[in-house]
Design a binder for this molecule. Sequence first.
Ligand SMILES: NC(=O)c1ccc[n+]([C@@H]2O[C@H](COP(=O)([O-])OP(=O)(O)OC[C@H]3O[C@@H](n4cnc5c(N)ncnc54)[C@H](OP(=O)(O)O)[C@@H]3O)[C@@H](O)[C@H]2O)c1
Length: 241
Amino acid sequence: MMLENQVALITGASHGLGLAIARALSAEGASIACLARPGAGLDAAVSGLQAAGAQALATPADVTRSAEVEAAVRATLERWGRLDIVVLNAGTWKGGAVQELSEADWDSLLDLNLKGAFLTLKHALPWLIERRRGTVVGIGSLGGWVGQPGGAAYAASKWGLRGLLESVALEVKPHRIRVSLVHPHNIRSAGPPIAPGSPERDRNLEPSEIASLVAWICAAPEHVVVGNATIWPLDAGVSGG
Ligand SMILES: NC(=O)c1ccc[n+]([C@@H]2O[C@H](COP(=O)([O-])OP(=O)(O)OC[C@H]3O[C@@H](n4cnc5c(N)ncnc54)[C@H](OP(=O)(O)O)[C@@H]3O)[C@@H](O)[C@H]2O)c1
């Protein structure tokens, strides 16, 4: 119970990696505000967390809409009176050669993956700054380090996230707030768990495996800061990092 009495706001917590992070942080005793768009997915995620014994609150919001994100942060504060951890996870993938990508696709991808993080920080950081403590974890991607054909817009969004957070890290350091970025590759975020011993095991990570890293970052002693952490499955065809 390394995060007892702490409150975490996690964006994109209705599904996939965000839900796995919600489970991992609540297993360490944190109370969780789950931010995702309103709907059955968010309701089911929060009910599941509560059924497992977690203190969980649905904070429905579209992360690309400033007033909704502000209301989600306010609801978190109204419920628990504090905010300690912010996980910027909401995001998606959209591929295609640049000359074929529509302007609408570009806008929606950048809005979700990058502007959503900006808006969440904008509304959440004042509360961390007021308490002079806190942890921010951004979910990037190896696509934020290495270019790949068909992934230009996604890369732009994740490279942008890196630039945003590496700069914010310096802005909030005087307030004793630490900022980390986790860059995963190949998460099996949908479908059944990977069978142990299957070849797929070495090509994909379970969301829970990345969530454990996020929980470790949040639970580390307050003077310990993880900067950029890359994480990939053994056979993902990635080298270096
Ligand atoms: N999957 C991979 O292989 C992989 C690899 C590297 C990095 N990543 C990164 O990891 C993160 C999570 O990926 P994932 O695979 O777990 O995605 P996912 O399963 O598709 O889940 C995305 C989450 O974001 C939420 N979301 C989508 N649009 C939103 C909006 N406008 N406002 C608020 N919430 C919104 C979704 O909830 P609702 O739809 O209910 O709103 C859902 O909870 C992303 O940032 C992604 O780029 C993924």
